[in-house]
Design a protein around this ligand. Structure first.
Ligand code: NAI
Ligand code: 3PY
Length: 389
């Protein structure tokens, strides 16, 4: 029997019961639900990762929809519990949904929402921050300073890598990978090589546009940047000086960067991971860091979160932060609103928004959101109608 969970209730007499497994930033998401006759129950349990049992207790006997988190295991057990409680909607408060078994959701007719677009730039900015911090050894230098070890300027003190003119490699050039590529090319004048299963028109439009950035630099008497789409991921690993990982996590990307692939990379390369931990074999990475002190890594995500593999925390050539890539106020409030609107849209029988990459109308605080669910990943499988708005 699951222990009772502590909850905060908004609009107790609302017709539809919506549960959020965590308090989420801002109040707009709550108001959006309350305005549409929802009773909102927020789990306030002081426990970071809720178990399946905890969530079953939260769902209870009658629940129309749930907003959940990427730390939760949404599979057969939870979707069947939600379905038994009459629920037809679930949304992750995240763009990634590798914690969700979409086939199980399909089996129970539950719509699965995610929150694309609102975290693109925020996540890319963190990847760029880790890139700079690794290249210029910011964390090591900060620790040195605080330890009182600085006794004067020295020619060799914390010498790092210049990014300008080097090659940035992007693996997974979707929304976030493309935004990151653009930051590194425009901001630091890096050359670009990318690999994705598909041609990234979003990225190529930028680099080959009517006024390509390279032409702009040439016109200013500067060295133009170059770009290319690699035919294999290994080509990126061999050629790039700085590599950032931005694919989804699925069967094809599990341990995409393993021992053999680490060995292909330049000895002084920098690897950034702001996608999902299991995209990198973390045990192999720790070994590689030990044997290649000039190889550096910036990690936002880990294979067995919240844990790190043994040895990683001791590596001076690793920068580690606790899965904060989407942690800007605007983004987190936007993610909460999109997740709430995904659930609300299904409860109200609204259609699904036609383009999950164009979600701005849902984020405008000064106008009511469109009558649609912003992003439902299994809308085709469930045969949900598409909005004409
Ligand atoms: N660290 C964090 O806080 C955050 C992490 N993420 C992660 O980033 C991922 C990407 O997000 P978006 O850019 O919005 O998604 P997206 O769907 O726009 O981009 C993913 C790209 O990965 C590519 N891809 C898939 N399999 C591949 C493979 N085997 N090799 C190379 N490329 C492959 C896809 O073709 C696509 O272009 C999310 O799924 C999530 O896991 C997203 C936001 C924040
Ligand atoms: O949205 C995601 O996929 C995250 O990792 C959290 O920001």
């Amino acid at each position: 029997m699951a222990k009772p969970v502590s909850i905060e209730v908004w609009n107790p007499n609302g017709k539809y019961r919506v549960v959020s497994t965590k308090p989420m930033p801002g109040t707009r998401w709550i108001n959006l639900l309350v305005d549409q006759d929802c009773r909102v129950e927020i789990c306030t349990q002081k426990k970071t990762i809720l178990s399946v049992e905890d969530i079953i207790a939260l769902i209870g006997d009658k629940c129309d929809g749930v907003i959940g988190q990427l730390t939760e295991d949404w599979g057969e057990t939870l979707f069947s519990a939600l379905s038994r409680a009459g629920g037809k909607a679930f949304s992750n408060m995240a763009v990634g949904y590798n914690n969700v078994d979409v086939n199980a959701a399909n089996k129970y007719g539950v719509a699965v929402g995610n929150t694309p677009g609102v975290l693109t730039e925020t996540t890319a900015e963190l990847a760029a921050s880790l890139s700079l911090s690794a290249a210029r050894r910011i964390v090591e230098a900060d620790e040195f300073m605080r330890a009182g070890l600085y006794d004067g300027w020295l020619p060799h003190l914390f010498v790092g890598n210049l990014l300008k003119g080097q090659t940035v490699g992007v693996i997974g050039a979707g929304r976030i990978g493309s935004a990151y590529a653009r930051m590194m090319v425009e901001g630091f004048k890096m050359n670009l090589i990318y690999f994705d299963l598909y041609q990234s028109t979003r990225l190529e439009k930028f680099v080959t546009g009517t006024l390509p950035y390279g032409e702009f630099l040439k016109a200013n008497g500067e060295q133009p940047v170059t770009w290319k789409r690699a035919s294999s991921m290994d080509e990126v690993l061999r050629e790039a000086d700085l590599i950032s990982l931005h694919p989804i996590l699925d069967k094809t990307t599990y341990h995409l960067v393993n021992k053999e692939r680490l060995a292909m990379m330049k000895k002084e390369a920098i690897l950034i991971n702001c996608s999902r931990g299991p995209v990198v074999d973390e045990v192999a990475l720790v070994e590689h860091l030990k044997h290649n002190p000039k190889f550096r890594v910036g990690l936002d995500v880990f294979e067995d979160e919240p844990y790190m593999k043994p040895g990683l925390a001791e590596m001076k050539n690793a920068i580690v932060v606790p899965h904060i890539a989407s942690a800007s106020k605007w983004t987190r409030e936007g993610m909460a609103s999109l997740a709430a609107l995904n659930v609300l849209g299904k409860i109200k029988g609204y259609p699904v928004w036609g383009d999950p990459n164009r979600i701005e109308p849902f984020l405008n605080e000064n106008a009511p959101p469109p009558a649609a669910s912003p992003s439902i990943v299994n809308s085709k499988a469930l045969g949900l109608p598409v909005s004409k708005l």
